[in-house]
Design a protein around this ligand. Sequence first.
Ligand SMILES: *[C@@H]1O[C@H](CO)[C@@H](O)[C@H](O)[C@H]1NC(C)=O
Length: 352
Amino acid sequence: MAPTSRTASLLLLLLTFLFSSSSSELQRILHPAKNDGSLSLLVVGDWGRKGQFNQSQVAEKAIHELLLILFDPLIFIPKEILQNVQMGEIGEELDIDFVISTGDNFYENGLTGVDDKAFEESFTNIFTAKSLQTQWFSVLGNHDYRGDVLAQLSPVLQNIDSRWLCLRSFVLDAEIADFFFVDTTPFVVKYWTEPENHHYDWREVSPREEYIDNLLKDLDEALKESRAAWKFVVGHHTMRSVSEHGDTEELLENLLPILKENGVDLYINGHDHCLEHISSRDSSLHYLTSGGGSKAWRGTYIPNDDNLQFFYDGQGFMSMQITETSAKMVFYDVFGQPLHELNLAKQFHSYL
Ligand SMILES: *[C@@H]1O[C@H](CO)[C@@H](O)[C@H](O)[C@H]1NC(C)=O
């Protein structure tokens, strides 16, 4: 591990402790904006397939180019390096501050333990681009819950790769924006009542009702306390979606009213393996799906009650460029081609 990244992760840990004492129960992590007050980041989801299904193509191409310069282009180059990706390049271009993962970090069944090599095979050895050697903030997806969840949340993983941070629910305070990460898997009733042949790791979660009630209460408090210009909520499951999984009813019922009441600007999720932008008919909320980190091309389209602005049924990722008064979100395909843009503006407000 490079000394700079170790220092950065120690600093992050320290800040975590210093800023976790507000009245809401949700853990707060501070990640300062750039010196000019702006912030930029990438969002990717549903990626953990050891480089398959264009996962590594969504990750970077500099290594491949380097290998071509160093070696004869005719020698064997592993497929995951050949299929290189654009996240690295866009990350470089935007000088990103961090990366958000919307979950399903390790297929099919999460991690087996802190020593599961899938961690390196799907994360460390895949997202190798220079610009991606920054802090990652991750939530858990339903596939992560099919493994050892406590392993994925364990700080031991930070010794293997200092970029990693996955928590159940927390607030990332990035000065001009607060990101509220919400653990959405426990909301979905069928994982509890009809797990089929899957095993879900509900340790420290069960009983469901109590967990969800507490989480919603903590989230509501944290949202009400927030003084940031922008409020973004990040979860794994869809709220609105026209792809395979469609809407998640439990979230529409329990989570959505809190988001609308507190003027949340964006709900950002994965779960459906595509890129989507849907806008709310009766509020200023936008639903953004960035779940195109590996297996995609489902070929499904389900009409939605809210306004569909953009749907790409393939792989890709999203960028965010934020200032106190503007937020620009761009979706890209695996070639790094911009496909769709959402621009939001806010009046400058002073709390003094
Ligand atoms: C990889 O991406 C290309 C370009 O979008 C697409 O045509 C191809 O089907 C993808 N491969 C897989 C296995 O999804």
